[in-house]
Design a protein around this ligand. Structure first.
Ligand code: ES4
Ligand code: ZN
Length: 350
């Protein structure tokens, strides 16, 4: 499209990216061989015959639940600190090529600790990649630790305790000062995995503790769940952002509140098509959000699985909505303002 070069160069922030969702079929096979992890036999699941057949399977998920099964099965190949570092580093390299200047990335510690991988192994590997991204690519990063909502709140509380014991939440909570912010290894908490039936309010205790410690708060909501999953995250968890949030459009009063409170939605267009939230990107309420003053960023979610990194998502939105250059500048500015960075970095990005 005529705006492709402009979109490629636009300084982008990514706020909705699961590091485990960057596990490409090539990396699945490479790490399985290195770590001696058995993949499903091709008789049991023909998708695992080769990286190519696995990639073909990634193009055809029936739902969020169908995808998550594949996601949790794949991540079992991640074992050593170096595996986590490599996974995140490969993402940062591609993100830099797509014009990402700042990335706030999710990880799912329980998906690893449940398999016997130590919490600190995961965090150290991801942290090493973040430090390298800053040094070698000029990308600033934040780590956001997500709780799996299909597991009991007590498991989330144990995960919070691991983060506290490792000193990963230490920092002095002045969100406007970049140096203070950078002292915390883990900047924020999120909530992900199966949505419907696992209400946000179940996790009120760990979120209250997050707020007490000056940890930022987001939660997935309004992807498959109705708008009460969004209001539940705002009221019950005091979330500062909503991940996805596309079903906000069904509740005009709640939409006005999101505008007034400057809540950022982290929208993931290609993910929504892949997981059949909508049939086409053009069916997403992105024009409505822009016209109503809802702030949102455009993100890749699980790029290894959903057929594209961040620039692919920007281009898909452009193809569907044909925004003007000024509209794109506003989208980019809103995503800088919605980033969990201090004033100095904000001015560099603007
Ligand atoms: C996810 Cl797309 C999506 N939704 C909820 N949880 C997730 N974990 C990884 N990707
Ligand atoms: Zn997500």
């Amino acid at each position: 499209s005529p705006l492709h070069q402009f979109l490629a160069e636009l300084p982008k922030c990514e706020h909705h990216l699961h590091l485990e969702g960057c596990l490409t079929p090539a990396l699945v096979f490479k790490l399985a061989a290195k770590n001696g992890v058995a993949l499903p036999s091709p008789e049991d699941d023909p998708a695992y015959a080769s990286p190519e057949s696995l990639a073909a399977h990634y193009d055809n998920f029936g739902s969020l639940e169908d995808f998550l099964q594949c996601y949790y099965r794949g991540l079992r190949v991640l074992v050593a600190e170096a595996d986590f570092e490599l996974l995140a580093w490969e993402y940062f390299v591609t993100a830099a090529e797509h014009g990402v200047r700042h990335a706030e990335v999710f990880f799912d510690p329980q998906s690893h600790t449940e398999r016997g991988v130590a919490f600190d192994t995961v965090v150290r590997g991801f942290k090493a990649a973040c430090d390298r991204a800053r040094r070698e690519l000029g990308i600033t990063t934040r780590l956001i630790m997500c709780f799996l909502r299909h597991l009991p709140p007590a498991s989330a509380a144990e995960t919070l305790a691991s983060a506290v014991e490792g000193g990963h939440l230490d920092g002095d909570g002045d969100h406007h000062d970049d140096d203070n912010e950078a002292r915390r290894t883990i900047t924020g908490f999120g909530l992900d995995s199966s949505e419907v039936g696992f209400r946000p309010e179940l996790f009120a205790d760990v979120y209250r503790e997050a707020e007490r410690r000056g940890v930022r708060r987001t939660a997935h909501g309004g992807e498959e769940g109705d708008p009460t999953y969004i209001s539940g995250a705002l009221d019950g968890l005091r979330a500062e952002r909503i991940d996805h949030g596309v079903r906000l459009v069904e509740d005009p009063a709640l939409l006005r509140r999101v505008v007034e409170e400057e809540i950022l939605l982290t929208v993931c267009p290609l993910s929504n098509v892949c997981l059949r939230v909508v049939e086409h990107v053009g069916q997403l309420p992105i024009r409505e959000f822009l016209d109503a003053g809802v702030r949102f960023s455009i993100n890749s979610d699980d790029p290894a699985y959903f057929g594209g990194y961040v620039l692919h998502n920007f281009c898909a939105v452009q193809q569907a909505f044909d925004f003007t250059i000024d509209e794109w500048r506003l989208i980019a500015e809103n995503s800088i303002h919605g980033s969990w960075i201090g004033e100095k970095r904000r001015l560099e990005l603007l």
